[in-house]
Design a protein around this ligand. Structure first.
Ligand SMILES: Cc1cc2nc3c(=O)[nH]c(=O)nc-3n(C[C@H](O)[C@H](O)[C@H](O)COP(=O)(O)OP(=O)(O)OC[C@H]3O[C@@H](n4cnc5c(N)ncnc54)[C@H](O)[C@@H]3O)c2cc1C
Length: 389
């Protein structure tokens, strides 16, 4: 595998210096605690503050809000280095700001940005994004949660589910229907709802993987939200949600091939020391072939993802091509993760079935990556429609 810690056409000295400080942070502050956080079902608030102080939460945000205004390859560094802990739940929880806060930063008023985005970037508050409803997540235009204007407030009623960081979030960016009469994508808006809003009930959900990340069902019963908490223009939330999904999908692609890499690293180390039939596992050609197949899939997914990001930064493609290639990058990367998790568990043998190995954990986290942020099927539908297939 090539060394992605050196400057090249994608990463500058600055990216790689940040990578080194983040790598040290992950090794000192995260890896020793993963098992405890998996058991606890959430991350300690202190971790957000430490990550905020290191600049991990602000790489894409403006400097006047405490961010560092990096390019998307800075976010790639964040995704790749956090994933070295081999626990998707840690990445999902620590990264929930990256889906919850961009609408506030891009479309919110100065007051919303200052009051809510700034402390999230500093790690003092936790953010979440709430779009999916019990009635369905793929068909966003069909969402039913309503926000009806009443004087200086919106009154919110409805339910959201599978919300990452939903139990702990102080700041929740919620997709609502502000015009109940409007059908489909029209009439959808983003509203910022504070975690302690009266009438908001949160219920913790238990799940197959991502244990270190809390996931919640949210019920809104006559929640009064100040009208000033409207994010952007009323009725224009659908388009903002779709662009938000696009960046989320690129980030999920990074996380997926990086988790595949974590499986590969564990399987390689195991194969080089474990002995069977008079030689190491890696001495058997079948095992070497498995490792090469894993490396090839990781390389293909990573190269595609880098290229999609690079071409966007160079403004080389029209938006439809960028969206289609982002969808394809997510599917390619999650396919690589699926393949590598399966082969890594196989190479580890019985040990791969045991709690405590990275491969066992990542194997349980494959499905959320092929479902969350847009399912495999929805990604292929989107790529086809954008390319006019
Ligand atoms: C751990 C976890 C964390 C999550 N975090 C968040 C979060 O923070 N915020 C948030 O808003 N959501 C979150 N989600 C929700 C996630 O984005 C949705 O689960 C996802 O978008 C799919 O929606 P759904 O589960 O309702 O499935 P559905 O939309 O009901 O789809 C079910 C199946 O039908 C298929 N399908 C649907 N439409 C079509 C079609 N047109 N053609 C072919 N097949 C189709 C899907 O691909 C899928 O296989 C999270 C989910 C999980 C599991």
């Amino acid at each position: 595998m090539y060394d992605n810690t050196r400057p090249d056409r994608y990463f500058t000295e600055e990216h790689q210096a940040f990578r080194q400080s983040l790598r040290a942070f992950v090794e000192a502050e995260i890896i020793p605690n993963v098992e405890a956080w998996e058991t606890a079902g959430r991350l300690p608030r202190d971790l957000y503050r430490k990550a905020g102080a290191l600049g991990v939460l602000g790489v894409l945000y403006p400097e006047d809000l405490g961010g560092s205004e990096g390019d998307f390859f800075m976010q790639v560094v964040v995704g790749e280095e956090l994933s070295r802990c081999g626990a998707g739940g840690v990445c999902a929880s620590l990264g929930s700001h990256s889906i919850g806060i961009p609408p506030v930063v891009k479309h919110g008023s100065a007051a919303l940005r200052d009051t809510f985005a700034r402390p999230v970037i500093a790690g003092e508050k936790i953010a979440a994004l709430a779009i999916t409803e019990p009635g369905g997540g793929s068909d966003v235009a069909a969402l039913r949660t309503t926000a009806v204007r009443d004087g200086d407030s919106y009154v919110v009623n409805g339910e959201k589910t599978f919300i990452t960081s939903g139990m702990q979030a102080d700041v929740i960016t919620v997709a609502v229907r502000t015009d109940p009469a409007a059908r489909g994508a029209a009439g959808i808006s983003f509203l910022l709802v504070e975690g302690d809003t009266r009438g908001l009930t949160r219920t913790e959900l238990t799940k197959m993987g991502w244990w270190a990340s809390d996931t919640a069902h949210l019920a809104f019963n006559d929640c009064r939200v100040p009208a000033s908490h409207l994010i952007g223009v009323e009725g224009e939330g659908f388009k903002a949600a779709m662009m938000n999904f696009n960046d989320e999908r690129l980030f999920l692609a990074v996380q997926a091939y990086s988790m595949a890499q974590a499986c590969y690293d564990e399987a390689l180390a195991w194969a080089q020391q474990r002995r069977a039939f008079g030689q190491t596992l890696a001495g058997h050609q079948v095992i070497r072939h498995k490792l090469v197949d894993m490396a090839a899939r990781i390389d293909a997914a990573r190269t595609l993802t880098y290229d999609v990001i690079w071409r966007r930064m160079q403004k080389l493609d029209p938006l439809n091509v960028h969206i289609a290639r982002t969808s394809m990058a997510k599917v390619t990367a999650t396919d690589a993760m699926k393949f590598c998790a399966d082969e890594a568990v196989q190479i580890l043998g019985g040990m791969g079935f045991m709690r405590g190995t990275v491969s066992e954990r990542v194997y349980r986290e494959v499905k959320v990556m092929t479902i969350g942020g847009g399912t495999d099927e929805v990604m292929r539908n989107l790529a086809a429609s954008q390319l006019g297939i």
